[in-house]
Design a protein around this ligand. Structure first.
Ligand code: TMP
Length: 423
């Protein structure tokens, strides 16, 4: 189901090359400096998006442990789950929420400012939502690359062409055959899923011509550490990116960091713009700023890990107390984050009656690792429980606004992130 991951995928530290082996046989602090360092352990967890029918076979559990590279500070999981297990029931669909629409609007504006309109390849295009919007706004032609057959079918039905495959040499070549070198390459929340960065960078080099701008959006580890959002740690996210590690990864390549910008989406993300090394303009000052400001070393991780443990105890205690007082608690948002929280707190159907979610692919399945069922989001107003525990905290304002009937009938929201809070 998984293999161990022992070397840094950004800078290569820990790879069994001759110099490293020589150092690692010596005793003393140098040994530690040559290996990934464990910084957080969430125990055995189910695969966060393994939403399946109650009686279906589930993928099972695997260790969820974060290691940190002491050289480039890339935090990465200690294992790599076989993508066949990870993506077999893939149910993550790009959100159609107002929050996401606003993000796409801002992102498209920034892409336009950097590179103007032109052809687009999106790596990890999901159901084609962004490409469809880009085409409507004047970008094009567009082409997606995504391995999920169910999502590619939706994309095709919506008139967005895609190559149904993992991103690699074959799919990059197919995109080239179809549309030539694109003016714009986008990879949203994909790099954290990729094990072999070197290969991915080579494929992007293959796609990029001198004018191509590459936009890589990732959840930003600094925001995760600041806001305590440990619930974004799950097996699909092999790495928790900082800018320094990307700079290391690009060192031997034909690409470099050209600009970096922060966005509030998904609890805090950055978009790193890459350009070819023969691009005329020098890098924006944002690159140097991020590199100098970033602090995501062992100390920050250990603090984050301890604070996360406290919040897990707090939420577990709060929910169990409420249940013992006869209150009814349902979950809201069967996000991957909900799986992490539920399994960390050991919740079952006894504590959480069900989880409301508006994604048809998740409804009437059970939350991974538990017997908690997923219902449609209308269940909240039909049932009017006393409390709703919102695991889609990244859409907090939008959800509170939408579910006013629940509030009017005295329903209380519980938010677990950034602090455990009842409102
Ligand atoms: P995400 O943070 O990984 O996108 O997951 C959010 C989950 O919450 C997703 O399964 C969709 C669900 N959701 C609702 O059910 N209702 C809503 O209004 C919103 C914004 C999200």
């Amino acid at each position: 189901m998984y293999k161990n991951h022992t070397h840094c995928r950004a800078c290569g530290l820990g790879k069994p090359s001759i110099p490293t082996l020589k150092v690692s046989t010596a005793a003393g602090p140098d040994v530690a400096a040559q290996q990934l360092v464990p910084v957080m352990d969430l125990g055995l967890q189910p695969l966060a998006n393994d939403f399946a029918d109650m009686l279906d076979e589930h993928a099972g559990f695997a260790p969820l442990k974060v290691m940190l590279c002491p050289r480039c500070n890339l935090s990465q999981l200690s294992i790599v789950v076989n993508p066949k297990d990870l993506y077999r029931h893939y149910s993550y669909v790009t959100s159609k929420s107002e929050t996401m629409n606003l993000h796409f609007h801002n992102l498209m504006g920034d892409i336009m400012d950097e590179s103007g309109f032109g052809s687009v390849v999106e790596i990890g295009s999901n159901d084609g939502t962004l490409l469809r919007k880009m085409r409507m706004d004047g970008f094009g032609p567009v082409m997606g690359i995504d391995p999920a057959e169910n999502l590619c079918a939706i994309s095709t039905a919506n008139g967005v062409d895609n190559i149904c495959s993992m991103f690699g040499f074959d799919s990059a070549q197919k995109a080239l055959d179809h549309m030539g070198q694109p003016h714009i390459i986008i990879a949203r929340h994909v790099f954290c899923h990729i094990d072999d960065w070197r290969n991915a960078i080579k494929c992007m080099e293959m796609l990029a011509d001198k004018e191509t701008a590459i936009f890589i959006e990732v959840p930003y580890v600094m925001d995760m550490l600041k806001d305590g959002s440990f619930d974004t740690i799950y097996h699909e996210h092999l790495s928790y990116l900082n800018v320094r590690s990307m700079e290391y990864a690009l060192k031997e390549s034909k690409l470099h960091l050209h600009a970096i910008k922060r966005y509030p989406i998904h609890g805090g993300a950055i978009v790193m713009t890459l350009r070819r090394n023969d691009w005329a303009d020098s890098p924006d000052e944002s690159v140097a700023w991020f590199l100098s400001e970033e602090r995501s070393g062992v100390e920050e991780w250990r603090k984050f890990s301890q604070e996360s443990e406290v919040r897990i105890m707090q939420l577990g205690g709060l929910v169990r107390n409420l249940v013992s007082e006869g209150k009814t608690i349902v979950g809201y948002g069967a996000s991957a984050k909900s799986t992490v929280w539920i399994n960390a707190c050991g919740f079952t159907r006894k504590e959480i009656k069900y989880i409301c979610d508006n994604t048809p692919q998740k409804q009437y399945k059970v939350s991974p690792g538990t017997n908690i069922p997923i219902c449609d989001d209308g269940a909240l107003t039909r049932d009017l429980p006393t409390h709703a525990l919102c695991w889609a905290w990244n859409f907090r304002d939008e959800i509170i606004e939408k579910e006013q009937i629940f509030r009017k009938h005295g329903g209380k929201w519980i938010f677990p992130t950034p602090n455990v809070e009842v409102i």
